[in-house]
Design a protein around this ligand. Structure first.
Ligand SMILES: Cc1cc2nc3c(=O)[nH]c(=O)nc-3n(C[C@H](O)[C@H](O)[C@H](O)COP(=O)(O)OP(=O)(O)OC[C@H]3O[C@@H](n4cnc5c(N)ncnc54)[C@H](O)[C@@H]3O)c2cc1C
Length: 386
């Protein structure tokens, strides 16, 4: 093994997850999506095998591994045509924030269910008016005796219908200074005053997005995660894992598209030889292969830095990985459609659905433009542009 390849253990993990996911595969995933059903059996099986919470400490039901492990699981699932967005959210964002900042009691209460898949947690920061500018969120947390009262709106929140709880980012006013600070709460999705409305999306996925209305939602004092004054640091703890996971989601989808396109290019012949013998078909696929490997390497670097405790170094690498992975996934889907000709747009071959699924990676969880803003400012030292 050299420094440029993953450990044997990680490679074995990838093989096992790929084997498990291939029993389900793309047909299972799209059939569930089109029937309005969920992929709960796959979710529970990866939970039961210890893959879902592989990044979470063992004492709370996890595998005691790192973000690189859970990212490998996410990538291998997507590479088999089963991209699970809730893997980004539940074990990686919520699991990391609670593991790092939750009280002992909170960790005992929420982490085991995140690990075995029986109690999924959604994550809610985005708001209709604030959008990318999360500093402008207006969901407010007010203290009322020992309780907190939440009011506000969230949008594009994934998997609320599959989640028992939601980690909600709100703002609270500091009683002493009057300054507004971000605070995090675990909110049960069946709380009185919480309403979730599904947003019709063009993505072919069993995982849905929701608009969430919080109307005087009352929470006990211990729903607050971590320190009331440390909200921003706590929130940032979830960002690198989120980006590394989003990158893995995209590289997995890109691998899936490339694998299908290559197989089709080998078998389909319309002139003398298979269409893959024409460079116009072969070169874009070869290019995608190179770009996938580059994005995967960057993702593995980001995960290695994060797991080594270098949050700053991981920040730049995670942003770059997420950017590179989203770009190659979009290109891979487009090239897979083109390789399939008319079949590329049929439901039977399922390639066109990848166009929207991969396209979402350029927007969420952080947009392409915000990554370029980050790199321009932090890597190149250019003035802040927003
Ligand atoms: C499939 C999906 C799942 C999601 N799941 C979740 C979830 O579970 N939880 C959650 O909290 N959120 C979730 N989101 C929301 C997601 O994080 C946001 O959509 C994203 O952050 C962009 O915000 P916006 O949609 O409001 O776009 P806007 O902020 O309105 O931005 C619109 C466009 O303007 C660009 N732009 C804005 N400001 C600047 C600037 N200063 N410089 C350059 N360009 C700029 C943006 O990059 C973007 O291209 C999800 C979104 C999608 C699509």
């Amino acid at each position: 093994m050299t420094n440029f390849s993953e450990t044997e253990e990680r490679q074995e993990l990838r093989k096992q997850v790929a084997r498990l996911a291939s029993k389900y595969g793309r047909d299972y995933f799209t059939a569930k999506a089109r029937a309005g059903e969920k992929t709960t059996d796959l979710w529970l099986e990866i939970g039961k095998n210890g893959y879902l919470g592989i990044n979470i400490p063992e004492e709370y039901g996890g595998g005691g591994g790192g973000i690189g492990d859970v990212a490998a699981v996410c990538e291998e699932l997507a590479a088999q045509g089963c991209p699970l967005l809730m893997m980004v959210v539940s074990p990686a964002i919520c699991g990391t924030v609670i593991s790092r900042y939750g009280t002992e009691e909170q960790k005992q209460r929420w982490l085991p269910g995140i690990c075995d898949g029986t109690s999924t947690m959604a994550f809610a920061i985005t708001e209709p008016d604030a959008g990318t500018n999360t500093h402008n969120i207006t969901t407010t947390a007010r203290k009322d005796g020992d309780e907190w009262v939440l009011n506000g709106q969230k949008i594009f929140i994934s998997g609320v219908d599959e989640a028992d709880n939601m980690l909600v980012v709100a703002r609270a006013e500091d009683a002493k200074t009057g300054k507004v600070k971000p605070v995090l709460f675990v909110v049960p999705t069946d709380s009185a005053g919480l309403e979730a409305r599904s947003i019709p999306m063009e993505i072919v996925s069993p995982e849905l997005q929701f608009q969430v209305f919080l109307d005087d939602v009352r929470l006990p004092g211990d729903a607050l995660v971590g320190d009331e004054d440390g909200g921003l640091v706590q929130l940032f703890a979830g960002l690198n894992p989120e980006r590394i996971m989003a990158a893995s989601f995209s590289t997995g989808l890109a691998r899936f598209a490339l694998e299908r396109a290559t197989a089709y290019a080998k078998e389909r012949a319309v002139f003398k030889d298979a269409i893959g013998s024409h460079q116009a078909i072969a070169h874009p696929l070869a290019q995608t292969h190179i770009e996938i490997e580059m994005a995967r390497l960057m993702t593995q670097k980001a995960a290695a830095l994060y797991d080594a405790g270098d949050d700053m170094g991981a920040g730049e690498a995670a942003n770059m990985a997420k950017y590179a992975a989203a770009e190659v996934a979009c290109d891979a889907a487009d090239r897979a459609v083109q390789t399939h000709g008319g079949n590329g747009i049929t439901q039977e071959y399922g390639m066109a659905g990848l166009l929207v699924a991969t396209r979402a990676g350029r927007i969420a969880p952080v947009s392409r433009e915000m990554i370029l803003n980050f790199v321009a400012m932090h890597s190149l030292g250019l003035p802040k542009s927003y």
